[in-house]
Design a protein around this ligand. Sequence first.
Ligand code: T4K
Length: 415
Amino acid sequence: MKRAARLRPTQTAKLSIDGLALFGGAPCFQEPLHVGRPDFTATRERLLARIGEVLDRRFVTNNGPLVQELEARVAELLRVKHCVSVVNGTIGLELLARALELRGEVIVPGFTFIATAHAFHWLGLRPVFCDVDRRTHSLDPRRLEECLSDATSAIVGVHLWGEPCDVPALADFAARHHLALLFDAAHAFHCSRGGRMVGGFGRAEVFSFHATKFFQTFEGGAITTDDDALAARLRLLRNFGFAGYDSVVDEGTNGKMTELSAAMGLVALEALPALLQTNRERSEQYRRELDGLPGLRLYSHDPRETRNHQYLVLEVDARAAGLGRDELHRLLQAENVLARRYFTPGCHRMEPYRSRPQASQRALPVTEELAEQVLVLPTGNAVSAADVAGIGELLRFLLDNAPAIRRRLAGHAGA
Ligand code: T4K
C-alpha cells in the first residue's frame, strides 16, 4: 500500500504551532515513515517464485544451492575471494573473533550500534572504546594509542553510514602493534575506498543483511575475506565444526543462513541498482530541502566513491537551530516521521559497559557530542519523493518557529 504525504510544499501555510501533533493536531503523515523500511512492491513476484523453488526442492538450509549462489554473487560484486554467509551480522562478528582466536581486549569505536561491542563482550573479550573522528564518525586513528594495552589483540573499525574508515592509518597502527585489523561493514555494502569495494580490507569484514539495510536478506550477514585459510575456518565454525557427516574437526556454533534468506538476497541483488537510484535521489532531495536551514548539517560522503546512501544523517546544533536534537526528535515522531537517534547514548554509556569502574573509562568527547546531535531521517524505497518534500517542509516550519515551539514545549506536559 502506498502512502501519500499529507503535506505538500504548497500547503506549508496550513502548518501551525497549534496544529502540530505533539500539541494535539493530526500527524502530518498518515502512516509512519521509517529508517530503512524495506518495500517489496517491485520484488514480490520474483521473491515468491524463488521461495516456491526452495519449497519444491525441499532443501531449506545447511549450505543449500541458493546460499552458495548468493555467496558467489556477493564475492564477485565486492571483488573479494570469499564470502561466508551467516545468520546475521552479530554472529558474523562473533565467528570472526573466534576464527582469529582473539584474546583480551579489542578496540572498538564508542559511536556505533551496540552489536559491535556486544559481539566481543559476549565471547568474554573486553571491548575498549575509542573516540571517533568528528567529520567521518568512525575510529579516530589519533586516539588509538591511548586505548592500547598489553592485552589488546585487535582493532575493529566500523564503516559507519557506509563511509569507509581511514583504512591505511588503522592498518599502519595494527601492523606496528601486531594487532588483527577487522571491520564491521554492516552499513557499507556496495561502498568503496580508493575505488576498491569494502569487503577485502583488513583480515576480514563483516556485513549485516538485516531487513533495514541497503542489501538485505530479512536477517543475515556475511564475512568476506581474501584469506583462504580464514574462510575455510569460518565455514567450519558456522556449522558446528563439521567437516563432513559425523566428522567434527573444530569448535563451532550454528551461524548458517537459510535458503529463504538467500532467496531474498538473490532477488534483492537484482533490485539493487533501482534501490541505489532511489537512495541517491532521496539523498539529493533531502540536501536541497534542508539547504540553508540553520543548525542542521547533513553528513557528507566522499563524492568520488561509491556509496549506498542508506542512511540520511543529520547533525543538529541546538544553539543555531533553536531546537535541540531531542526536541526535534519528539516533534517528528509525533508527526509519524520516525527519525532515529542512532547511536544514542554512546556504547560506553550502555550496559554492561557503563557500570565498569570509573577508572577504566576514558573520555570520548566526540562520541558524546555526536550522540547528542545525530538524527537519522527516514530513507529507503518505502519513502517517496513527496514524503521527503513533506519532511523538508515540516523541518523548515519547525526551525522557522523554533522560539515559539520551544516555549510551548517547555509548558507541554511531559516535556
Ligand atoms: N554493526 C553495526 C554498525 C550495525 O548497525 C548493526 C546492525 C550490526 C553491527 C549488527 O548486525 P545484525 O546482527 O543486526 O545483522 C536496527 C537493525 O535491527 C540493526 O540490524 C541495525 N544495525 C541497526 C542500526 O538498526 P533497531 O533496533 O533500530 O531496529 P528497528 O526494529 O527499530 O528497525 C528500524 C526501523 O525499521 C524501525 O523504524 C522499524 C522499521 N522496520 C524494521 C523491520 C525489522 C520495518 O519497517 N520493517 C522491518 O521488517 O536496529
